[in-house]
Design a protein around this ligand. Structure first.
Ligand SMILES: Cc1cc2nc3c(=O)[nH]c(=O)nc-3n(C[C@H](O)[C@H](O)[C@H](O)COP(=O)(O)O)c2cc1C
Length: 211
């Protein structure tokens, strides 16, 4: 497993040119949904939502507000990773209810956690909550990138787009969401020259220290 994982991480790269003829199977798509569902998050709140962008016109429009990155139209699949714009009390209660019911607990056993969650999140201002929620989307991105590498699926993480324009295009604000990241998934084109480039990474001695 260790060797497989390291090989997969060397194999993956941020694909610039996809094979437009390749389509992910429904089974792969289902697997990716499970991977994203299993993403860890603070308090397990999962303050995110993932949109499969399948409509070709929407993909063309998204490309225009994403530096014209061709991956958005050529990749088999495009996922928009969105974060919730707030965390209201209903959302918090629904999460605690889910935890209680999933783990077959009594309300008495979980009421301390419920109160703590309301107090901890109630103490944060709206901007702090936004930033906090956005960070959770990045965790999902990391998880899906590693998983894709292991599944031998190519992927490109993307921040290169105008998030406000995308929010408008997809009417995200009305749904309490903001676009944070795009991840395209598919198969690298045989002539994508980027696959031959050596990985550029800082030396471990610069990245790590021991205290
Ligand atoms: C958060 C994030 C945003 C990125 N945005 C883009 C992007 O908009 N377009 C793109 O082609 N690559 C994008 N990349 C890819 C990086 O440039 C790439 O991961 C980095 O140069 C390391 O190379 P590698 O992933 O090929 O090993 C992004 C990567 C991350 C993690």
């Amino acid at each position: 497993m260790k060797i497989e994982l390291l090989k997969a991480l060397q194999w993956r790269y941020a694909v610039k040119k996809y094979d437009p003829g390749f389509k992910l199977s429904e089974d792969d798509k289902e697997t990716l949904e499970t991977i994203l569902q299993l993403t860890p998050s603070s308090y397990g709140l999962q303050p995110f939502h993932f949109i499969w962008l399948e409509d070709q016109l929407l993909r063309e429009e998204t490309k225009k507000i994403a530096w014209n990155q061709q991956q958005i139209v050529d990749a088999s699949n495009v996922i928009i990773l969105c974060a919730k714009t707030n965390l209201d009390t209903d959302f918090l209660d629904t999460h605690v209810d889910n935890m209680r019911d999933t783990r077959e607990m009594q309300e008495e056993q979980i009421k301390g956690f419920r109160a703590h969650l309301h107090a901890a999140i109630g103490a944060k201002d709206a901007d702090t909550i936004k930033v906090w929620n956005d960070k959770q989307a990045y965790i999902a991105l990391g998880q899906v990138l590693t998983a894709c590498a292991l599944l031998q699926l190519d992927a490109t993480p993307m921040e290169g787009f105008d998030p406000l324009a995308l929010d408008q295009l997809l009417e995200l604000d009305q749904n309490g969401l903001r676009s944070i990241l795009i991840c395209t998934i598919g198969k690298r084109a045989a002539d994508d020259q980027y696959q031959h480039l050596k990985k550029v990474r800082r030396a471990k001695k610069e990245l790590f220290s021991t205290r």
